[in-house]
Write a protein that binds this ligand. Structure first.
Ligand code: NAP
Length: 283
């Protein structure tokens, strides 16, 4: 049922992108809100990160996409360049220091600095309770999901300062607000992203850099397959996500809010979290 509804809405998104009033025949309108800005999106060769990269580029930014696998980077870059968008890419496993360094080098080579960093890459390698996690599992999940965004930002920061409108978007999860029984350590890593958002927003405000957080609900991607199959049986979340708006979330549902948070319209918003879940888990 959910899958059938989702297929219908995927079709809607694709046709809507083709009709975007913001785009010219070359892909972007030079007067677009993010024109000439530079954005880096991690984990952006498919799913939510890819939709964010596409939207930021449609709204005028030069976008650097990245993920762990060269073939995925090549495919994403070719697809977006084929749409007339200003996109380059490089391999970056966010948990590897040398890969993060390569990403910084690539950004500087191509653009000389950056304005927006979207930390989207994350892993979950355990479907089970928190106390079932080995030390290696803890290290891997916390390294990739929590430490890496902070370390990448610290490497990018010198090149973001003094560019006028810096913005960082961290990606959490609905699991931070409503923990899922079988996603123990992942729940915790995504709760940490809310804390990281609040703390970094304080630390970077004096530099004019805003830090906000995207909190997706269940969005139809490869990553959420596990939640929709193995975890869903013991959770009311999929029903909550689909009942109000009668469909599953799509990656594109998460993209517009990120573009907005990068834009001057969000210039007085920092330290905030934005739930995109088809319902609200908060008061
Ligand atoms: P996805 O469709 O599986 O895409 C993940 C992307 O990240 C791919 O481009 C993948 O490419 C890349 N990637 C994976 N591990 C990486 C690493 N260590 N370093 C760099 N890139 C990496 O995932 P998604 O559903 O869009 O999820 C994106 C974000 O949204 C994650 O932070 C996730 O926690 C969050 N989220 C998703 C949902 C949901 O329902 N989908 C809900 C809440 C939160 P390679 O394989 O080439 O590396």
């Amino acid at each position: 049922m959910l899958q059938a509804v989702a297929r219908v809405h995927r079709g809607l998104f694709h046709s809507r992108a083709g009709l975007s009033v913001r785009m010219s025949s070359t892909g972007i309108n030079p007067k677009s809100v993010l024109a000439n800005r530079v954005a880096v999106v991690t984990g952006s060769t498919e799913g939510i990160g890819f939709a964010i990269a596409r939207r930021l580029a449609q709204d005028g930014a030069h976008v650097v996409v990245s993920s762990r696998k060269q073939q995925n980077v090549d495919r994403a870059v070719a697809t977006l360049q084929g749409e007339g968008l200003s996109v380059t890419g490089t391999v970056c496993h966010v948990g590897k220091a040398e890969d993060r360094e390569r990403l910084v080098t690539k950004v500087l080579e191509h653009h000389g600095g950056l304005d927006f960093l979207v930390c989207n890459a994350a892993v979950n390698i355990l479907v089970g309770g928190t106390l079932k996690a080995s030390e290696e599992m803890w290290d891997k999940i916390l390294t990739v999901n929590v430490k890496s965004p902070a370390l990448l930002l610290s490497q990018m920061l010198p090149h973001m300062e003094n560019r006028g409108m810096g913005a960082v978007i961290l990606v959490s999860s609905l699991a931070a607000y409503i923990p899922q029984v079988k996603l123990g350590v992942y729940n915790i890593s995504k709760t940490a992203m809310l804390g990281l958002t609040r703390t970094l927003s304080l630390e970077l405000a004096p530099k004019g850099i805003r830090v906000n957080c995207l909190v997706p609900g269940i969005i139809e991607t490869r990553f959420s397959q596990v939640v929709r199959t193995q975890v869903a049986a013991e959770s009311e979340i999929p029903d909550m996500c689909s009942v109000l708006l009668h469909r599953l979330g799509q990656p594109e549902d998460c993209a517009g809010i990120v573009s907005f948070l990068c834009s001057p319209d969000a210039s007085y918003i920092t330290g905030e979290s934005f739930v995109v879940a088809g319902f609200s888990p908060r008061l």
